[in-house]
Design a protein around this ligand. Sequence first.
Ligand SMILES: [Zn+2]
Length: 471
Amino acid sequence: MKLYNTLTHSRDEFVTREEGKVRMYTCGPTVYHYAHIGNLRTYIMEDVLEKYLRFSGYDVTRVMNITDVGHLTSDGDTGDDKMLKGAKREHKTVLEIADYYTKAFFDDCRKLNIKKPDIVQPATGCIGDFIKVISALVDKGYAYLAGGNVYFDTSKLGKYYVFGDFSEEDLEVGVRDGVEADSNKRNKADFVLWFTKSKFDDQELKWDSPWGVGYPGWHIECSCISMKYNGEYLDLHCGGIDNVFPHHTNEIAQSEAYLGHEWCPQWFHVHHLVTNDGKMSKSKGEFLTVSLLEEKGYDPLVYRLFCLNSHYLKSLVFSFDTLDNTAAAYKSLVTKISRLDTDDKTPVDAAAFDRLKKAFTDAMDNDLNTSQAVTVLFDILKDTTSDSTKLALITELDKVLSLGLIEAAAKLRSANAAADDIPAEVAELVEQRKAARKAKDFALADSLRDKISEMGYIIEETRQGTKVTKK
Ligand SMILES: [Zn+2]
């Protein structure tokens, strides 16, 4: 599989340190607010990547952090703590805020068919691990104490800007946002590993440390949580493109300084979602969340398809008009699938199955070309192969795409049956009977047929599928 690697700036062959095993890390949310759909684009594409790696036979361990402390409003080390700001806004404690928005995040993920990572670790649960790594960095001379805070000394590295495509001038942390430079820093790019003296003395969560009572910086948590669960060598690190600098640059700096060797050779970044007015999270003043899409009548899986229809390396422009087009495409896909004969007993045509599956894997192996992979779904439906083969293929490919196609088609069939004056209870029994027949539980299928008959409906098997009529 070829995958674009932000570290080498090229499409590289995906490799792993240990054959068949992928150690994967994805930066998690800062849980101070609802996730906007731009953030969720990243999680959707990471989910597809993870599922495709599993589909290709890899054993994947995916680790994700939850940032519930230490992320300041600037991705550098300035501004308020985002968590504290959320807590003040809602008159709650920081931990209540973290708990509430962590649940909200995973609710959104569930609606978008995003699988929960194997390991999800809140930062506040790993304070001892952060202290251990920071202490080692101080001992090795990579970190220094100044003005009560512990800083990483970027001048100790051979190369700090490892992603390379930035000019140092553009990136002067603390200067770029017009914020006053931190006079404790030896070098402009240095960053905080542990705060004890922040301008924000009302920090709610603090822990004892060798440098005084305080709290960790944001960047150190990802390095430590990754190393804790995935060990010294990581195969694949993922995140949004806005994390390349300073967050991922700093993660590499401190991890490699601590380990004394290269940490992660492959970096996968998902580009921004933008709206016509250039904002990432709002459209015409509305904060774009999954709940907002639902309120407006969109199935969250339509948004998933919207993301899959575009390459992850391109900025994606969001508008409700384009989402409407995607909703129409989703409906058309589901309608076509709902017309396939689920009772088709023809054996799956292995040659056709392999040919169409290969079209899918070719697309995905080509730098995760998800829009091409979606096109393959339409090609399957147009193909001359049997309905049983088509259904087997769609079931298989949707393990990766996770568009809920088979379920949505079954729902649509029941709804259509109901619309043909078949009561919902009868339609439900018809679906149950189909499932029973599929599972070869003919005794159950027969008893369901009798029940349907008692309710005044006749069930017949035809070439077009199961037909239900009133007696
Ligand atoms: Zn991170």
